[in-house]
Design a protein around this ligand. Structure first.
Ligand SMILES: Cc1ncc(COP(=O)(O)OP(=O)(O)O)c(N)n1
Ligand SMILES: Cc1nc(C(=O)O)sc1CCOP(=O)(O)O
Ligand SMILES: [Mg+2]
Length: 234
């Protein structure tokens, strides 16, 4: 049986205090394979984003409905990329919106106060301020490093993470993040690391997920009396 290695405070914490690993799914047509890969990382994930840029609307719905029970079992919120209406229809926990994906305020009104709504802010602190004011639960900056997962045109730097400390919502870093370069982002203030390839292309996705979590200082408190040490070990 696998044990959660998530930073403990995220297991019950509201989105405003979330931190840890935020895996983002790869473009897989095979729903069984997607589920098998996701199952490896859920014990280590704070949130999961369903992102499949190659799927049609029908397959997206099928895949979200397949992922939801697994996410529920692990207590991991499922956030749908691009489409807050699909998230609402499927009963997912939130939506991630980029610059072409609609209005954060409208999504908040439709999904309600408890939904996790993320906004892509690329390299822009001003965009992050506007998204937060419109009701975003978190903001995402990127791409921090070169990536082959997506054609990116903007590059974020660690100064943006430092400068955005006062926003009052978690800051997600994305783009080419590996266990080797992640520490610099966490040290600069990234609360969550959003990762596609570094997790899902790894030969052992669970081990890769643990390697990301090791970049967070004090990821878990020491074991309490009567609790197995393995629950807390990365
Ligand atoms: C956590 C997170 N950050 C950024 C993105 C990118 O969103 P967007 O710019 O809309 O690009 P696509 O992912 O839709 O290609 C994201 N999905 N998740
Ligand atoms: C989906 C996405 N958005 C980005 C942004 O900069 O907004 S970079 C990116 C791809 C992230 O994949 P990987 O972890 O494999 O680099
Ligand atoms: Mg998008």
């Amino acid at each position: 049986m696998s044990h959660s290695t998530r930073p403990l405070e995220t297991e019950t914490a509201p989105p405003s205090r979330a931190r840890g690993l935020y895996p983002v799914t790869p473009d897989l047509a095979d729903t069984g394979l997607l589920l098998a890969k996701v199952a490896q990382v859920l014990p280590h994930a704070t949130w999961l984003q369903y992102r499949n840029k190659a799927a049609d609307p029908r397959l997206r719905r099928v895949q979200i409905e397949a992922l939801l029970p697994a996410c529920r079992m692990h207590g991991v919120p499922l956030i749908v990329n691009d489409d807050w209406r699909l998230a609402l229809d499927c009963g997912a926990d939130g939506a991630h919106l980029g610059e072409d994906d609609g209005d954060v305020r409208e999504a908040r009104t439709a999904l309600g106060a408890a939904a996790i709504i993320g906004a892509s802010c690329y390299d822009s602190l001003e965009r992050a301020r506007r998204a937060t004011a419109a009701g975003a639960s978190y903001v995402a900056f990127g791409a921090f490093f070169p990536t082959t997962t997506k054609l990116t045109t903007r590059r974020a730097g660690v100064a943006l993470l430092r400068d955005s400390a006062g926003l009052g919502v978690p800051r997600v870093a994305i783009g080419g993040i590996t266990p080797d370069n992640a520490s610099s982002l966490v040290e600069a203030g990234a609360d969550l690391l959003a990762v596609v390839g570094g997790v899902f292309d790894a030969p052992d996705s669970a081990a890769a997920a643990r390697a990301y979590l090791a970049c967070f200082p004090h990821p878990n408190p020491p074991p309490q009396a009567g609790e197995g040490a393995s629950r807390f070990s990365a």
